[in-house]
Write a protein that binds this ligand. Structure first.
Ligand SMILES: O=C(O)CCC(=O)C(=O)O
Ligand SMILES: [Fe+2]
Length: 368
């Protein structure tokens, strides 16, 4: 089972958790995904399919809103980096990401007060398009957000168990619900308009512990990079979610868990519709120092031996989010947002903006 490299993404059946024998299998497969792949498909999850189908039916309508409606909720209105970003506003590795997106957070009341750390201001309320322009969208999306964040909380427990830890041992990186906010994007990858454009989003690692992705249309395009530098396709499988692990979890487990580089290829010319996806990033607490003694996790010997058998991970891509080594999690997150969305930062975090962009506003942000 414990292959060092992978050619395919394992599919884990969440409903098997109900049966003790199958549950053991699920935990073993989860361990394999954590250590060796960094990605998995989850089938039969706790998310109601009706909520998913309702959400999917709204997505084309969301992107078909008029420019005016989209501009009303543009991200630069928001000190929380939540709102609409137009097509091609971010770069990854110096190349334009050919995608358009809305960033929403799980419902959250901003708790920042003057004098608090600046990163506390990053979490706050979302901007939703006018109810009249897209009736029922907000309720449907919030139902989805609620279910996906509950699933993520449960997965964090199962991941701890799969790593030989007590189920709550990763929960110390999460605060009580009202102090937390997850980020969920709704993304449109338009059909490539000419052969020189194919980067939906360039190769990158996610930053946190856990991402749960809904591929909301039938397009392929998502690919993950194995240790032989091959790009492995992760096509949509109806009824499943894609789960992956990020840099913070890789750091805090001292490389035991694998964060895996991934990218999205735009729907090629000749496709008949755009690709849609909905990634949910299950953020960790803002006050966590990943590199502090309090964050240390004591793995049982047999788990550490598995890591030795596997060996250290070679890097398939340039590192992003290496600032977990030195910075508190809230600052790593805010800095990531500043780099991705400099126009928002210039308006709401002018001092920090100047540190990253001493020469003034660039034409695009740097996503990764
Ligand atoms: O759209 C996708 O399938 C993946 C998006 C992604 O990797 C990201 O936004 O971090
Ligand atoms: Fe990603």
């Amino acid at each position: 089972m414990a292959e060092k490299d992978f050619q395919r993404i394992p599919i884990l059946d969440y409903s098997s958790l109900k049966y003790p024998d199958k549950r053991r299998d699920f935990i073993a497969q989860l361990q394999h995904a954590l250590l060796n792949v960094g990605f998995l498909y989850l089938s039969n999850s706790s998310i109601e399919m009706k909520v998913v189908e309702d959400l999917k039916s709204y997505i084309p309508r969301l992107f078909n809103l008029s420019k005016d409606e989209k501009d009303k909720v543009r991200m630069s209105n928001s000190p929380h980096f939540l709102g609409y970003s137009r097509l091609g506003s971010e770069l990854t590795k110096g190349k334009v990401d050919y995608r358009e997106q809305f960033d929403f957070g799980t419902p959250h009341v901003c708790q920042w007060r003057p004098g608090d750390s600046e990163y506390k201001r990053v979490w706050g309320p979302s901007q939703y398009p006018d109810e009249d322009a897209i009736p029922g969208f907000k309720d449907t999306f919030e139902a989805y957000l609620h279910q996906i964040s509950e699933l993520a909380t449960e997965l964090i427990r199962l991941m701890a168990e799969a790593l030989g830890l007590s189920p709550e041992s990763l929960s110390k990186f999460y605060d009580t619900k009202e102090k937390m906010q997850g980020l969920c994007k709704i993304v449109q990858y338009p059909i490539s308009p000419n052969p020189s454009i194919s980067q939906g989003v360039g190769p990158h690692y996610d930053s946190g512990f856990l991402t749960i992705l809904l591929q909301a249309s039938s397009h392929p395009g998502l690919q993950v990079q194995n240790l032989s530098n091959e790009w492995v396709d992760v096509p949509p499988i109806p009824g499943t979610f894609v789960v992956n692990f990020g840099r913070a979890l890789e750091f805090v487990t001292n490389g035991l868990v694998r964060a895996t580089s991934h990218r999205v290829i735009s729907p090629p010319m000749g496709s008949t519709s755009p690709r849609y996806s909905v990634p949910y990033f299950h953020n960790i607490s803002q006050d966590v120092w990943i590199n502090s003694p309090q964050s240390r996790l004591d793995f049982p010997r047999e788990i550490l031996e598995l890591k030795e058998i596997r060996g250290d991970l070679t890097r398939t891509d340039s590192i992003n989010f290496s600032d977990y080594e030195t910075d508190v999690s809230g600052d790593v997150y805010l800095n990531g947002r500043v780099k991705s969305h400099p126009d928002v930062a210039q308006k709401h975090y002018p001092e920090r903006f100047k540190k990253f962009f001493p020469e003034g506003l660039p034409a695009q942000g740097m996503a990764y």
